[in-house]
Design a protein around this ligand. Structure first.
Ligand SMILES: CC(=O)SCCNC(=O)CCNC(=O)[C@H](O)C(C)(C)COP(=O)(O)OP(=O)(O)OC[C@H]1O[C@@H](n2cnc3c(N)ncnc32)[C@H](O)[C@@H]1OP(=O)(O)O
Length: 448
């Protein structure tokens, strides 16, 4: 090529010696340690956190983590990744605002993430991916949600009139627009716990799936009672002592009922699936609407070692899946709204070369007892084998703790990492979280 010829895109230039690709220090992968986690006790909505915002709750959880691991110094944390499902417009930059209001160094970058109830786990995965690629040394990840302080939207018709009034070029045109406001326009737009494409609530969708998989009321109540009993036992033996920081007078999850028994649960009246025969889902075997926040600290081994912190476990695999809950095999149960983990987990296990029997702990987010049981049945049908119940949600799960949507993933990661550390290496735990919109987020934690 003559010096006058333009360089061909993508061709190595003769005067530029060929380098090792990728450049040294780039595109490496390395283990991602879960160093610890902190959450505030979860509260039933319209209870003690009724006036707490997502930002206040997330800040309390972050500050708890900063105190516990001494993260105040500049540059200690690479970034904060967090989200909320129910967001006010003031929460548009929730993670960064949380940094600014917290004891983290104000120069800590932060960004928001959202995958419905999978948000907390997806935040952990996003942060972990940067650590494994060597793009950052440490990160805090998690989420917060409040169903009490839910954002109320302006009635759509009123919003259009107000926008028209704002755009008006004259006082007359503005008054003309405003004169169309009617008392009915003052009815707010309240967020509904429902799927926009079906109009059905999460519970109603779960009821359809429960029927498809033949999940009984007794099995659901049994799972719910065990969840409460195991969470109560976990508190009693101190498992949560360094994971939960008090907030607004609460020291333990408010929803926890240590005396929950199948007898008491059997007395509750059904609340979902009332349009079909034998409804089985009640307030006791469904998660309540909940307020709360949870975060975890992730890091490279080098970072943890330099700060004298011992990793609890390592995040070693991740998978996500989605189902066609509108047009797919909904009646057969495979494409039920909350069944995406039934697809994500087999894929993840195949990639990892593992079966369900290879796990010491299996953590399945309990949106509803019926959805957990349908998921277990689907895994079995797909040849993954049964889950040993003595390894399932051993410290209780969302039926007992409650479920502040975006916080649940981080709660599970922190609890599982603690369980693995307590058990001692080698150990392995699976996480499965179903999410609105027909999605599932799953992961594996290990102590090699
Ligand atoms: C991907 C996902 O995670 S999807 C999941 C998203 N989350 C949801 O969809 C939330 C679903 N939950 C709900 O909508 C509501 O909590 C409902 C409809 C289930 C229940 O709401 P409410 O009727 O307000 O429940 P409430 O707390 O009042 O409980 C009803 C009764 O059951 C009783 N109860 C609830 N849990 C238990 C229990 N474990 N043991 C004994 N009694 C119980 C309550 O004491 C109450 O009794 P009372 O009427 O005598 O006071």
């Amino acid at each position: 090529m003559s010096p006058q010829e333009p360089p061909t895109p993508g061709r190595p230039q003769p005067d530029r010696p060929r380098q090792d690709r990728p450049a040294p220090g780039l595109a490496r992968t390395r283990p991602v340690a879960v160093v610890g986690g902190t959450r505030i006790p979860f509260a039933r909505s319209d209870g003690p956190y009724a006036t707490a915002s997502n930002q206040e709750m997330l800040t309390a959880a972050v500050d708890g983590l900063v105190r516990r691991f001494g993260l105040e110094d500049p540059g200690a944390v690479g970034e904060l990744v967090a989200g909320a499902v129910l967001k006010h417009s003031r929460d548009f930059n929730l993670a960064r605002e949380t940094v600014l209001g917290s004891t983290l160094d104000a120069r800590t970058p932060a960004y928001d993430i959202q995958q419905a109830c999978g948000t907390g786990l997806q935040a952990v995965v996003a942060a972990a991916n940067k650590i494994t690629l060597g793009q950052t040394e440490s990160a805090v990840a998690g989420g917060a949600d409040t169903a009490s302080d839910a954002p109320l939207g302006v009635n759509d018709a009123l919003r259009r009139i107000l926008l028209e009034a704002r755009r008006a070029k004259s006082v007359r045109a503005r008054l003309g627009a405003l004169s169309r406001i009617r008392p009915s326009h003052l009815v707010p737009d309240v967020p509904r716990n429902a799927e926009p494409r079906t109009g059905l609530s999460m519970g109603e969708h779960a009821a359809v799936t429960a029927r498809a998989w033949g999940v009984t009321r007794e099995a659901q109540d049994e799972l719910a009672a065990v969840s409460h009993q195991r969470l109560a036992a976990a508190y009693e033996r101190g498992l949560l002592d360094d994971l939960v920081v008090p907030f607004r007078g609460l020291e333990r999850d408010q929803n926890l009922r240590p005396g929950s028994t199948t007898g008491k649960l059997a007395a509750l009246k059904p609340v979902f699936g009332l349009d079909g025969p034998h409804p089985t889902m009640t307030a006791g075997n469904s998660t309540p609407l909940t307020d709360g926040a949870a975060v975890v600290l992730l890091a490279s081994d080098e970072w943890a070692e330099a700060r004298g912190l011992a990793p609890l476990a390592y995040l070693t695999a991740y998978e996500t899946a989605a189902v066609d809950f509108v047009g797919g095999d909904v009646a057969g149960g495979e494409d039920g709204l909350l069944m995406a983990p039934a697809h994500a987990v087999p894929r993840m296990l195949e990639r990892a070369g593992l079966t369900l029997g290879d796990f010491d702990f299996v953590e399945v987010h309990e949106a509803f007892a019926s959805q957990v049981l349908a998921t277990l049945a689907a895994w079995e049908k797909r040849g993954l084998g049964p889950v040993d119940r003595s390894r399932l949600n051993v410290a209780g799960s969302s039926l007992a703790t409650g479920h502040p949507f975006a916080a649940t993933g981080a709660r599970i990661v922190a609890t599982l990492a603690k369980l693995l550390a307590e058990r001692g290496a080698p150990g392995r735990g699976l996480i499965s979280v179903c999410a609105a919109g027909g999605q599932g987020v799953t992961a594996i934690l290990e102590t090699p």
